[in-house]
Design a protein around this ligand. Structure first.
Ligand code: DGL
Length: 270
């Protein structure tokens, strides 16, 4: 019996907001005709301010609804906060391949010359024991400094929603939050451990200066998705993707124009 998914079965991307677009972009470059459902939990944004208990319950439940509705071949938790807290719960609850998003501490440890790495994430991500484990396993003997920046999430959302926000100052303050720690002046690699942050790459690079390399996991995740779907059927041509937003009274979905460059052709709310 053939268990391979139908050509039109989508890949589901999931984030609290628009950060997952930084993972969707490189994935489309590798799999240009992959049908896409991009899901954002606007009713729950920001995840970085939520407790582990809340996210461990919310994320699997919401993903369960989305999987039932869209029948994806694979789901990508394109959110570091949700992945570091809820990945195990999601895998236990759902019967399909789940790709998570892990802070790129391993490649950063291979790149650093000074031996001091910065990790920029949400407040929730940077406090996770999971990040300690990654540091211990892959960055032994190196210093890993962390900083949580909710403002960068707000800045990335504002940028894509065409709303005014001082993104340059948010970027400077986030970089200063790493640099001003003891030993922070020696940081030469910064891990962008929140999928919203690569959407502000220019602003963050300007704030960090040319001597600091910024790194994120999106290219690696895209390769992982391509590997897991190798040999599967895809449509002959790209079909417009769907974006779905959980309904929030004070946060309407973004303009379609912000999502169109990522192959999204329509917006739904649930
Ligand atoms: N994009 C999410 C992440 O990668 C989190 C943003 C938020 O909801 O705080 O962690």
């Amino acid at each position: 019996m053939d268990h391979s998914p139908a050509a039109d079965a989508p890949i589901l991307f999931f984030d609290s907001g628009l950060g997952g677009l930084s993972v969707l972009g490189p994935t489309r470059a590798l799999l240009p005709t992959a049908p896409i459902v991009y899901a954002a939990d606007y009713a729950g944004l920001p995840y970085g301010a939520k407790s582990n208990e809340e996210l461990a319950a919310r994320v699997p439940a919401l993903l369960g609804r989305l999987v039932e509705r869209y029948q994806p071949r694979l789901a990508v938790i394109a959110c570091n906060t949700a992945s570091t807290i809820a990945l195990t719960h999601v895998r236990a609850a759902l019967d399909l391949p789940i790709v998570g998003t892990v802070p790129a501490i391993k490649p950063a440890a291979e790149m650093t010359k000074s031996g001091v790495i910065g990790v920029l994430g949400t407040a929730a991500t940077v406090r996770q024991p999971y990040v300690d484990d990654l540091g211990a396993r892959f960055a032994g003997g190196k210093t890993v400094l962390r900083h949580g920046s909710p403002d960068l999430v707000t800045a990335a959302e504002a940028k894509l929603n065409d709303q005014p926000f001082d993104t340059a100052t948010a970027a400077e303050q986030a970089i200063a939050g790493l640099r001003n720690q003891s030993g922070g002046a020696a940081i030469d690699v910064i891990v962008l451990a929140c999928t919203h942050f690569p959407l502000l790459l220019g602003e963050l690079q300007a704030a960090a200066g040319p001597g600091v390399q910024l790194i994120d996991g999106s290219a690696g995740i895209a390769r992982r998705i391509a590997h897991l779907t190798e040999g599967q059927a895809w449509p002959a041509e790209a079909l417009p993707g769907v974006a779905v937003f959980t309904r929030s009274p004070d946060r309407p979905p973004p303009p379609l124009a912000a999502l169109a460059p990522y192959g999204i052709g329509s917006i739904e709310t649930i």
